[in-house]
Ligand binder design. Structure first.
Ligand code: ZN
Ligand code: ZN
Ligand code: ZN
Length: 533
């Protein structure tokens, strides 16, 4: 992800740090060859998460009811889920199921509604709700019988794909050079709307409103027995490698999304450990690849080891100062791993423990440079709803403030789709920044890019500024889109069509205020359509 558009200091060049991966040279046999101690006297920031509480559960359920009355079904769903996570006893679990089934019924998700009705009915406490549950069950069954089983759209790449890679369009390829590091170009002409890549996240930390394992939304969630922060689709999702390390804990939290970042680093470490049979294998692998080309292109890795290699080589900018800043976070992660007897047994020597700390710091640098909240910038999403996602191939796309492609998200899938016509040979860019970029000066944007990714953007908007094209304000496509956006759910298809026509016909005007508006609106509409699928 940090493959900068220009002036990117390559990883090797940027790594001025001397701390990460350095080993002690000493006369003493015990010390010699050990990785240096990065943790020292770092503090742990872990605190206990909130406890389950019936009073809070009841409050969330009644707040959810208020939302139901306002017809804010998604808002209500969140509150009923929260009510379920905080529920201490059968009464509240049953109530949460009862009300969630009502939400799903009104969302026309009749299968989901029936599942929650079934769960509510299994609980002894249900007596008072029995008749209403039965009525609702009959209603949903009737609706389901009427509804032809229309399969929901599966996301696919349109056009040709690589033979062995059905999720990668053969119209793209990954290249590298000194100027850009790794980057993605078009091998054929690409049209607006073409799907270029579909990728499952390598590591992902969900929001509290999604399955903690697979990030699905609107499921018949079952809450974690122990904490109030996690829900799972089903028993399969409960059995995952990650949650046991996070359960009941709140990590390093100077600001809210850092706790998510800590979880994401922790999860990536668990993935690394489980990729190899033994810790010795992991150490040998890391010590080997650390010395190979950091810009190696690992094309669409398939095996777990290749995927880990691709993850390990994602670009970062590491200095001793970063490593120093990671220490408290690293300590939390280290303590969490070692609190599991199984994992502590794997790291049973000082040499392995020191290695683990270095690995955590290396992963911290990768996650900080490549981890994205996929839902930020979406209206109505609070800061504490952020997730943190790392995908591998999608990270090779460079940034432009006037991108010709957009990154879209659905559950734990990342989709890259073209939003401008792209000619064969041209580089494909996505946008790393959020919000309306024309509201900031190019200097403001580049300060953010320099801070987070260590490069300066050389796009049209940054180099020449906003193009003056006042007559475009009267362009019919623009006037239409602008006038319909406040009811965009009702006009989603015509809005999309007008944006596409405009962008096809005015490739030279994308850097105007109107062009930028059409470009960002199209990206927004694509995300909306994908979320609905
Ligand atoms: Zn799940
Ligand atoms: Zn838990
Ligand atoms: Zn730019």
């Amino acid at each position: 992800m940090t493959e900068g558009q220009s002036r990117l200091k390559s990883q090797a060049e940027a790594f001025k740090g001397t701390m990460l991966w350095s080993k002690i040279k000493s006369e003493s046999i015990e010390e010699n060859g050990l990785y240096i101690d990065l943790l020292g006297n770092a503090n742990s920031w872990i605190c206990k998460g909130e406890k389950k509480r019936s009073t809070l559960s009841r409050k969330f359920i009644s707040d959810g009811n208020a939302k139901l009355i306002e017809n804010d079904l998604n808002g209500a769903l969140k509150l009923f889920n929260r009510g379920m996570r905080f529920a201490e006893d059968n009464e509240h679990v049953c109530l949460a199921n009862f009300w969630r089934s009502s939400c799903y019924r009104r969302l026309n998700l009749f299968e989901r509604s029936l599942e929650d009705i079934k769960r509510a009915k299994q609980i002894d406490w249900k007596k008072k709700l029995e008749r209403r549950l039965e009525r609702r069950r009959k209603f949903c069954n009737k609706k389901l019988n009427l509804k032809a089983t229309s399969r929901k759209g599966i996301i696919t790449v349109n056009g040709k794909t690589y033979k062995k890679l059905p999720f990668v369009s053969s119209a793209i390829k990954i290249e590298k050079n000194d100027e850009f590091g790794r980057f993605v170009t078009a091998t054929n002409d690409i049209h607006i709307g073409d799907t270029l890549l579909i990728e499952k996240s390598y590591v992902r930390v969900s929001t509290a409103d999604e399955c903690s394992k697979c990030a699905k939304t609107k499921m018949n969630f079952i809450p974690c027995d122990n904490c109030v922060d996690a829900m799972f689709c089903d028993k399969d999702c409960v059995d995952n490698d990650f949650h046991s390390f996070e359960c009941g804990k709140i990590f390093y939290k100077p600001n809210i999304d850092d706790s998510k970042v800590t979880s994401c680093i922790l999860r990536s470490i668990v993935v690394a450990i489980n990729t190899f049979t033994t810790v010795d294998d992991l150490i040998a692998f890391v010590e080997h690849i650390r010395l190979t080309d950091p810009n190696e292109i690992i094309v669409f890795a398939e095996s777990p080891i290749d995927k880990y290699k691709a993850f390990f080589k994602l670009s970062t900018y590491i200095t001793d100062k970063c490593i120093w800043d990671f220490r408290n976070q690293a300590k939390d992660i280290y303590d969490s791993i070692m609190s599991s007897t199984d994992y502590a047994a794997k790291f049973d020597t000082l040499a392995k423990q020191r290695f683990l700390v270095h690995l955590i710091c290396h992963h911290a640098a990768i996650v900080r440079s490549n981890g994205f909240p996929t839902n930020s910038g979406i209206p109505g999403v609070n800061d504490d709803d952020f997730d943190c996602t790392i995908a591998l191939e999608s990270s090779y796309f460079n940034h432009s403030c006037l991108p010709n492609a957009v990154k879209l998200y659905k559950d734990d899938i990342t989709v890259i789709r073209a939003i401008q016509p792209i000619k064969a040979g041209q580089q494909i860019f996505v946008d790393y920044l959020q919000g309306d970029l024309t509201k900031e000066t190019s200097r403001e944007r580049n300060e953010q890019l320099e801070f987070a990714y260590k490069f300066t953007c050389q796009c049209e908007l940054c180099v020449n500024g906003i193009q003056k094209a006042p007559t475009l304000r009267y362009h019919l496509d623009y006037v239409f889109v602008k006038s319909k956006m406040d009811r965009c759910d009702d006009y989603i298809i015509p809005i999309r069509k007008n944006c596409v026509t405009f962008l096809q016909n005015h490739p030279k005007n994308v850097s105007s205020q109107v062009g930028y508006y059409m470009l960002s609106t199209l990206a927004f509409i694509y995300q909306k359509e994908l979320s609905k699928q």
